[in-house]
Write a protein that binds this ligand. Structure first.
Ligand code: ADP
Ligand code: MG
Length: 259
């Protein structure tokens, strides 16, 4: 393994059993390097969320390995709580506690998990809020913020435990295109200034080539294609990547015939 690989996923499998047996992931292998912004794209139901959830063991893989800095986190002897502290997760629906102020939402984990004093956690949270452009909203409640602002808070909260990497599952799906762009730009800036490795799932193809370094295309529970965004977006090799990244050809309608 080269030293700049942060996460090495090898033949990852997640087979759900039960009434309907589903192979959500069926042999996914991919390397993620330190400091990269990687985007995962693919059709609905292809396994993107399951992949992200496996990375912090919200789903326990049924096969394969996930090496984090060379340590296999799927090994029973791995301290998963220690591992989870190194990563932040941002979800589509923000998951902020409505009855707590923004500051309280942000300081919960640093105080409870990292045993910081409330004062220390408050000071760090304020700095993070300033970083995401909401330095004056610490005492507001989530309901008083717009969707984009809530997602900024969710990102700041995810950073409050000083994670080495950030996982974002459709963090912008509930937002309009302009807000989406600004959130993705914020993630890029966090990546550049803090050196946090970021893995995002998004459907916003237009901004991916400006924000992300590499793309993994998941289709039918497997990696269909992966590579540098510039390469995959200009020269997609798989049918599914072509379908997702190339502008769709639209039939020219004849207004006189309505056809
Ligand atoms: P995506 O995020 O790409 O839309 P998911 O990873 O959510 O796809 O789901 C992949 C497949 O695994 C889907 O068929 C989904 O129904 C199935 N799946 C996801 N989670 C579970 C679960 N907890 N139990 C059973 N099947 C699941
Ligand atoms: Mg999903």
């Amino acid at each position: 393994m080269t030293t700049d690989v942060l996460i090495q996923v090898q033949d990852l499998k997640k087979h759900f059993t039960g009434t309907s047996a589903i192979k959500a992931l069926d042999g996914v292998s991919v390397d993620i390097k330190k400091g990269e912004v990687v985007v995962v794209i693919g059709p609905s139901g292809s396994g993107k969320s399951t992949f992200l959830r496996c990375l912090n063991l919200l789903e326990v893989p049924t096969g394969g390995q996930i090496l984090f800095n060379g340590v296999d986190i799927t090994d029973k002897s791995c301290n998963i709580n220690l591992h989870r502290q190194k990563m932040g997760m941002v979800f589509q629906h923000f998951n902020l506690f409505p009855h707590m102020t923004i500051l309280r939402n942000m300081t919960l984990a640093p105080v409870k998990l990292l045993h910081k004093s409330q004062e220390e956690a408050d000071a760090q949270a304020l700095k993070l809020l300033q970083r995401v452009g909401l330095g004056d909203r610490g005492n507001a409640y989530p309901a008083q913020l717009s969707g984009g602002q809530k997602q900024r808070v969710a990102i700041a909260r995810a950073l409050a435990t000083n994670p080495r990497y950030l996982l974002c599952d459709e963090a912008t799906s509930a937002l309009d295109p302009n807000t989406t762009r600004s959130i993705l730009e914020l993630l890029r800036e966090i990546n550049k200034t803090l050196g946090v490795t970021i893995i995002v799932i998004t459907h916003e193809m237009k901004v991916i080539d400006q924000i992300c370094d590499r793309v993994a295309v998941i289709d039918k529970s497997c990696i269909a294609e992966e590579g540098r965004v510039a390469d995959v977006f200009t020269n997609p090799k798989s049918d599914i990547a072509r379908e997702l990244v190339l502008p769709q050809e639209r039939p020219v309608l004849d207004p006189t015939t309505g056809g």
